[in-house]
Ligand binder design. Structure first.
Ligand code: BDP
Length: 327
């Protein structure tokens, strides 16, 4: 029979083991944040990851996905994730651009030739090196998700050439690189939270923004900003990160389980993403969006100042060259 004293000693040992990171976690529900609504591919991908984790840990570890910015807008959730207030964050690379210089690289305009090129790069050693960059900032980079390609939309006119951008007030993510990208096209960049863009467009505080098909659709921005011009200027991926504080509470086996489940959710995300892109495109077109194709070369040519400003040191230059060299 366990005496009171043995029990106390055992409990003490268990606590110590947990602190030392050797015991298996018991009944842990990680809190993950996302600004997108329920059903969006990023949300469903993290739910899928949770399912894998729950199965493999025999119910010990799962994830509760807080959608629709219930835990805050992206910029604010970065700090909370670093502090361990939020355990996991599915977020775009762009809000990390100012904090982690290397994250500018996959967000750069026209850095990827195609979605296939982006996937090969992010799945390979360059993607792994980028995930590692987060560790210096109290975060564990778990996986990259697709974000399709971002194009400009606005309420004034179709964009065919960079000259058509002149003077437009365009919302961007909170990233100096995106400010510079929009400025290089002669438009006025306004960094703003994602959740404020609809009213910004409606009230005329901004004339337009830029995003992929699913975000243009899910936010209903197409209702108040109908010209969608296929500049496809950035494929800035999504990233799934975990608070290092939360991660370090797990032992080595559980850490491996978490990392593997995250990586395996990528295939699921891509499957959902490809379907959602098509569905969103059809929905916005049916909803009155006026879509036009764009000749990209003049936009590519206008981006030199952005590269000059953000690809500064040898490490970043090497990364850009390495991406371009990937077939
Ligand atoms: C969406 C991304 C989201 C971004 C948002 C934005 O999925 O993470 O931050 O764009 O433009 O495509 O703020």
């Amino acid at each position: 029979m366990l005496t009171k004293r043995t029990f106390a000693a055992l409990a003490g040992a268990a606590i110590f083991a947990l602190v030392a990171g050797t015991a298996s976690a018991q009944n842990v529900t990680l809190r993950s944040t996302d600004i997108h609504p329920d059903g969006y591919p990023t949300i469903e991908a993290v739910k899928h990851m949770s399912k894998l984790l729950e199965e493999r840990s025999k119910g010990r570890i799962k994830i509760n996905v807080f959608h629709s910015a219930q835990l805050g807008q992206e910029k604010d959730t970065i700090e909370q994730t670093r502090f361990g207030v939020i355990d996991m964050n599915r977020i775009n690379m762009a809000p990390f651009n100012n904090l982690i210089p290397a994250t500018n690289v996959p967000s750069l305009p026209f850095i990827f030739r195609s979605v296939a090129h982006m996937r090969t790069v992010m799945d390979g050693p360059i993607g792994d090196a980028l995930l590692k960059e987060f560790e210096k900032h109290d975060l564990i980079g778990l996986a990259f998700y697709d974000s399709g390609s971002r194009s400009f939309y606005n309420s004034k006119r179709a964009i065919n050439t960079p000259a058509d951008m002149k003077g437009l007030k365009i919302r961007v993510q909170q990233s100096d690189m995106f400010v510079s990208l929009v400025s290089a096209l002669g438009a006025n960049a306004t960094p703003m939270n994602f959740g404020e863009v609809y009213s910004g467009l409606q009230t005329g505080v901004i004339d337009g923004a830029e995003n992929n098909w699913p975000s243009y659709e899910s936010t209903k921005h197409y209702e108040v900003s109908k010209f969608y011009s296929l500049t496809e200027h950035s494929l800035s991926p999504e990233v799934l990160v975990m608070s290092k504080k939360s991660f370090d509470k797990f032992n080595a086996e559980d850490k491996a389980l978490i990392k593997a489940a995250a990586k395996e959710s990528v295939a699921k995300m891509r499957e959902l993403w490809d379907a959602r892109e098509k569905a969103s495109e059809a929905k916005v077109k049916a909803g009155g969006a006026v879509v036009n194709a764009v000749e990209k070369q003049p936009f590519i040519d206008a981006m030199k100042p952005v590269y000059d400003k953000f690809v500064t040191d040898a490490k970043l230059k090497e990364m850009v060259a390495a991406i371009q060299a990937v077939k």
